[in-house]
Design a protein around this ligand. Structure first.
Ligand code: 1GP
Length: 253
């Protein structure tokens, strides 16, 4: 089991370098348009590709991963449950839903998937997954039967992230859920990123480059965007420029 994705994220965090990930939801992807999306992701120099979601009804996940295989961007599984494991990917966000109190998503799904993961070559990324209220109930909160952290309670999110770090989790993912009305607040990102030493992933409801810039400046190391790119593919180029501008500032300083 390699640790190249995690090492890369830690290295970038230490240098203040920001990263952009595209989330591909197998239920929403249009296979005929996948080649174009791949070309765009390569030319925008997307850093990571996440594939998955909390509820996947189609049987396209494996096909999508196989089509992404030749692309030189790491493909990371974003599983909704233990059935969403495909060894052809490069890594897996091993999400423990630490904002919730549902044992199944804290440890149960992990017990079911551990034997397969131990045998696979997937890089396992132990991640404290913190759902945050983004203005409406999301599929992930419904499916996991958990309450998100209130949007205006950064201290609760920070204490949750700290507990995850103390338990040995290597990443914190603050997520308002796909299609959220509003993303995680800048204040929450600032407070959480000052509370833990490991890389912070932020996603859910990020729809503009301006927002992406604010979220990077607040302390996110990696942002994940899905819905906004499905609605407006050109935004991919705008957001990657935003990432580049943030990174230029870092290299100048
Ligand atoms: C969802 O963070 C991801 O878990 C992406 O959310 O689809 O709203 O960009 P969006």
């Amino acid at each position: 089991m390699s640790n190249s994705i995690l090492s890369e994220l830690i290295l970038r965090k230490n240098k203040g370098i920001k990263s952009l990930a595209v989330l591909i939801d197998p239920d929403k992807v249009i296979l005929d348009q996948l080649d174009e999306l791949i070309m765009n992701m390569v030319s925008a120099r997307v850093d990571f590709i996440l594939v998955g979601g909390s509820l996947i009804s189609s049987d396209l996940m494996e096909t999508v991963i196989q089509r992404l295989k030749p692309v030189e961007i790491p493909v990371i599984l974003f599983p909704g449950n233990h059935a969403h494991i495909y060894p052809e990917a490069d890594g897996i966000l091993y999400l423990s839903l630490i904002s919730g109190r549902n044992a199944d998503f804290l440890i149960g799904q992990h017990v079911l998937s551990a034997p397969l993961l131990k045998k696979s070559k997937l890089e396992v990324l132990p991640t404290g997954y913190i759902l945050v209220d983004g203005g409406k109930q999301t599929t992930v909160s419904y499916i996991s039967n958990t309450n998100p952290v209130p949007h205006d309670k950064p201290d609760v999110a920070a204490a949750t992230a700290m507990a995850g770090e103390l338990l040995g989790l290597q990443l914190t993912y603050l997520d308002c859920g796909s299609g959220a009305q509003k993303p995680v607040s800048n204040t929450m990102i600032e407070v959480v990123s000052k509370s833990v030493d490991h890389p912070i992933i932020v996603g859910g409801g990020i729809r503009t480059s301006q927002k992406a810039k604010e979220i990077f400046c607040a302390g996110a190391d990696l942002i994940v965007v899905g819905t906004a790119f499905e609605e407006n593919p050109d935004l991919l180029f705008e957001m990657s420029e935003t990432r580049d501008l943030c990174n230029e500032l870092v290299t100048k300083n």
